[in-house]
Design a binder for this molecule. Structure first.
Ligand SMILES: [Fe+2]
Length: 335
């Protein structure tokens, strides 16, 4: 939180506390109000000289948590009835696009926003945002970016019909439990198939996001062009977020390792979409700090454009290391 003079205020800044008109002892604007030109004019008229403003990270954290809470309510309602509040999903999708898709650093901070105890709901929001980013990187139209975000938010809605004892089990599922869990794809499709105002591709994503290009996926072992294009995008966002998330039974894997896993899986995951994803995610990792197996700290400086290649690093002692050729060095962790 920082105080800003009235002349420094900009639209979209968010108030960190109530603003009080001292003379009249009334609250002029409440905490969390998003400022507009009109509201800034009102503050000026009332003689307010400075106000406390939330920092951008806090604003994004609040917006992210609001989306996660809405997704939780939609899942809860779907669990107890078969009703789905489609309009709420549409407005969450719009908020995700506004707050994350066109913001250059949104991806980098996505993982800092997660709280660890809301996995299913945070995962839905993360997959929505990541899918929208992939669609944006693939130069999709605004309408298709919206569809990708919506499909990501919806993709695991079938989990609302999976028993909580299986969904939240803190450990590996038995084969029988896994078979029940895998039903979430067709259960999700059943929930959305008759909804109006939801594009068919979004509905197909609920059903097909675990299908794989080589036919090893479920529920129908579809291959290549039989799988909806949006479902292929969701599949990559889904795998990446699952690998890089903390779970009760596993610590999260670094984005660096997640990229390697996705590169190894290309063939099952769509190679063309996967290439776009990997090349763009690598850009976000430039400048990240890593810890090497030698216990030295280093920074990722650049990557070449070849899929499967490793980055070039600069250590704290200004030594350059090319992980592609200097095999004695490996990245241990990303602090
Ligand atoms: Fe799923």
């Amino acid at each position: 939180m920082k105080r800003y003079n009235i002349a420094e205020l900009q639209p979209n800044m968010v108030l960190a506390q109530d603003v009080i008109d001292e003379d009249k002892s009334v609250v002029l604007l409440k905490s969390d109000t998003v400022l507009t030109e009109t509201l800034i004019g009102l503050l000026r008229e009332r003689g307010i000289t400075s106000v406390p403003i939330l920092n951008k990270q806090t604003v994004l954290q609040k917006k992210y948590q609001t989306s996660v809470n809405h997704v939780r309510q939609i899942f809860d309602e779907a669990r107890h009835s078969n009703k789905l509040r489609v309009n709420d999903f549409q407005s969450i999708a719009q908020d995700c696009i506004k707050d994350f898709i066109y913001k250059p650093h949104s991806f980098s901070i996505l993982k800092e926003l997660a709280t660890k105890d809301n996995y299913t709901f945070e995962h839905s929001v993360n997959v929505g945002i990541l899918s929208g980013l992939i669609a944006h990187w693939m130069n999709f139209s605004k309408q298709d970016i919206h569809q990708a975000v919506l499909a990501g938010l919806f993709h695991d809605i079938g989990k609302a019909k999976i028993p909580l004892s299986i969904l939240n089990k803190p450990g590996k599922l038995s084969p029988e439990e896994m078979a029940i869990m895998q039903k979430h794809a067709s259960l999700g499709y059943d929930l959305v198939v008759n909804l109006e105002d939801i594009p068919l591709s979004v509905k197909m994503c609920s059903l097909q996001h675990h299908e794989r290009n080589n036919g090893c996926g479920y529920p129908a072992s579809l291959e290549n062009n039989d799988i909806n294009k949006f479902a292929k995008i969701i599949a990559i966002a889904d795998v990446y977020d699952a690998i890089t998330s903390d779970r009760v039974y596993k610590k999260k894997t670094t984005p660096f390792k997640a990229i390697q896993i996705i590169e190894e899986e290309l063939g099952k995951l769509d190679p063309a979409i996967g290439n776009v994803f990997v090349l763009n995610i690598r850009e976000y990792l430039i400048g990240s700090r890593v810890l090497l197996n030698t216990n030295e700290c280093a920074e990722i400086i650049c990557w070449n454009k070849v899929i499967g290649s490793l980055p070039i690093l600069r250590t704290a002692s200004a030594q350059y290391i090319d992980l592609n050729t200097q095999k004695e060095y490996q990245i241990s962790t990303m602090p």
